[in-house]
Design a protein around this ligand. Structure first.
Ligand code: PRP
Ligand code: URA
Length: 208
């Protein structure tokens, strides 16, 4: 059974169009990416377990809800950083870890250069943030590492996913649900997603 969730929402479709457009300026690119991240956070939030608690309104007591699981956000450096602020605004109690992962542009192999995660990954819902799922090499390496460090309940949130990356992630980590704003057609021979949006890190941070 596929664990792929493609979020069908006209607001996302509009913003993906801004992201794809090569003439979109950095500040508009970041804002569109942030708006999509809000919607992804809301969709993923549907999975969060809750307890009923009592709350007192100015008028009477009623039933409220409390999220019972620690949430850990793991942006994949660099491009994943652009999704953090929206997720934190939606889940203010979340802790944040960082994973530095870079693709070698020749071999397309992912290389890790930084790890710092909160404790108790085994008791947390871990949400990995990265706008692009291309070959899937980076995402597979991230979940390999997180699981070695105890993570059991993981989710992957991205904006654009290639079929090749989805297949590879599902094959290596079938327990990890993938939430994406869109599934694109294919990779080119340099591992870029088509039609895609180009290099997400470069377009976010202006390093083109
Ligand atoms: C991009 C992207 C993913 C990775 C996806 O990062 O943000 O982490 O490529 O490609 P893959 O699925 O083929 O592994 P990149 O390596 O360009 O680093 P950056 O975010 O620092 O630009
Ligand atoms: N990383 C990106 O930023 N874009 C792609 O198309 C593929 C990998």
């Amino acid at each position: 059974m596929s664990n792929l969730h493609i979020i069908d929402n006209p607001l996302i479709k509009r913003d993906i169009t801004y992201l794809r457009d090569k003439n979109t300026k950095e500040y508009q690119f970041r804002l569109a990416l942030k708006r999509i991240s809000f919607i992804l956070a809301a969709e993923i939030g549907k999975e969060f377990p809750t307890n009923e608690i009592e709350v007192e309104t100015p008028l009477e007591k009623t039933t409220g809800h409390k999220i019972t699981r620690q949430i850990v956000l793991i942006p994949v450096l660099r491009a994943g950083l652009s999704m953090v602020s929206a997720f934190i605004e939606m889940i203010p109690q979340a802790k944040v870890g960082h994973i530095g992962m870079e693709r070698d542009e020749e071999t397309l192999k992912a290389r890790t250069y930084y790890f710092k995660t909160p404790k108790n990954l085994d008791k947390s819902k871990v949400i990995v943030l990265d706008p692009m799922l291309a070959t899937g090499g980076s995402a597979v390496a991230v979940f390999d590492y997180l699981k070695k460090n105890g993570a059991r309940d993981c989710v992957f949130a991205c904006l654009i996913a290639a079929p090749e990356g989805i297949d590879r992630l599902e094959e290596n980590h079938p327990d990890v649900p993938i939430y994406t704003a869109v599934k694109d057609r294919q990779l080119n021979d340099k591992g870029y997603i088509l039609p895609g949006l180009g290099d997400a890190g470069d377009r976010t941070f202006g390093t083109l």
